[in-house]
Write a protein that binds this ligand. Structure first.
Ligand SMILES: C[S@@+](CC[C@H](N)C(=O)[O-])C[C@H]1O[C@@H](n2cnc3c(N)ncnc32)[C@H](O)[C@@H]1O
Length: 294
């Protein structure tokens, strides 16, 4: 294993892969079925021919900048392992802030045993919906996506983590499928990590992201906020009073998002204001907007 690890690391390093050692470890663990500690316990073992061929293939794909999570088919989020494929965005660690804040809200404002109804627009792999359903007792989630391929992955993840009965998956644009279910005024918390990269910036994304992750999960329109601009009035109609909207944003989008919320209050008939604030991630960057209505 030691020899294979060194070979993989040197190969990826020569091809300017960012974390060559870590990636070689993860890919070798995948091929051998060992965990990372096992690679060292079996340090002297030579790879079988089949293993060596599979490993070389994965290394070549990684050198072409294919993300490790697509190569292994899994990504950890909130301590849970999620299935991923190229139909879904790979869940990012910074999105845990969105989930953590939803859990905090539920703990602060809902008594134990009281059901909490949530809606998530753009569920992708289901990372957010499944984590919330797993960690929030008495929660029920309506999760949408416009991509049937993404919904298929999200459903598998819900089954994988034993929360399939707590989530309804709906195909459609943003939260519009919820209106047909008569949920106006019935949702306590709306969550979303919708695409927010401004279109002109897409070409500047790292090749791993730009070449392999779905454009549908990234492109947020001219200012990055096109989808949120349409989501806010839908959230207002669906939310109970009080109700909360929590969305992930990119650094520098806080002021723009607060402005959209103000405009929404002005445009809504009898418009209640949103009480909104920007929350920062552990790197000190704007990451989540939390808005309360009522
Ligand atoms: C940035 S990804 C987030 C995925 C997942 N929620 C997460 O945090 O890892 C955005 C998701 O929104 C979906 N999406 C894009 N436009 C949409 C729309 N108009 N209505 C519903 N979902 C949409 C994409 O298919 C993608 O799965």
């Amino acid at each position: 294993m030691r020899e294979a690890l060194a070979r993989g690391r040197d190969y990826l390093k020569r091809r300017s892969v960012e974390n060559p050692f870590l990636d070689a470890e993860v890919l070798l663990a995948r091929v051998t079925g060992l965990d990372r500690a096992g690679l060292y316990r079996e340090g002297e073992r030579k790879l079988a021919q089949k293993e060596a061929a599979a490993y070389s293939q994965l290394l070549a794909r990684r050198a072409a900048k294919e993300p490790v999570a697509y190569l292994t088919g899994e990504k950890e989020f909130m301590g849970l392992s999620f299935l991923v494929n190229p139909a879904v965005l790979i869940p990012r660690p910074e999105t845990e802030l969105l989930v953590e804040n939803a859990l905090l809200l539920a703990r602060e404002f809902f008594s134990s045993g009281e059901p909490v109804f949530l809606a998530e627009a753009g569920t992708g792999s289901g990372a957010v919906a499944v984590s919330v359903a797993s960690f929030m007792p008495d929660s029920f989630v309506y999760a949408t996506d416009i991509s049937p391929g993404a919904l298929a992955v999200a459903e598998k993840n819900a089954k994988r983590h034993g929360v399939r009965e707590k989530i309804v998956f709906l195909e459609g644009d943003l939260l519009s499928p919820l209106f047909a279910l008569g949920l106006t005024g019935r949702i306590n918390i709306v969550l979303a990590n919708l695409p927010y990269v401004p279109t002109a910036r897409l070409k500047r994304l790292a090749p791993d992201v730009r070449r392999y992750e779905p454009l549908l999960a990234l492109d947020g329109g001219p200012d990055g906020l096109s989808l949120y601009r349409r989501l806010i009035p839908q959230a207002r109609r669906l939310l109970s009073v009080p109700g909360w909207l929590l969305v992930e944003i990119g650094p520098g989008q806080g002021a723009g998002m607060l402005k959209l919320l103000e405009e929404d209050a002005k445009n809504a008939p009898g418009g209640r204001p949103w009480e909104a604030e920007v929350l920062f991630d552990y790197g000190g960057r704007e990451r989540v907007v939390r808005a309360k209505i009522g």
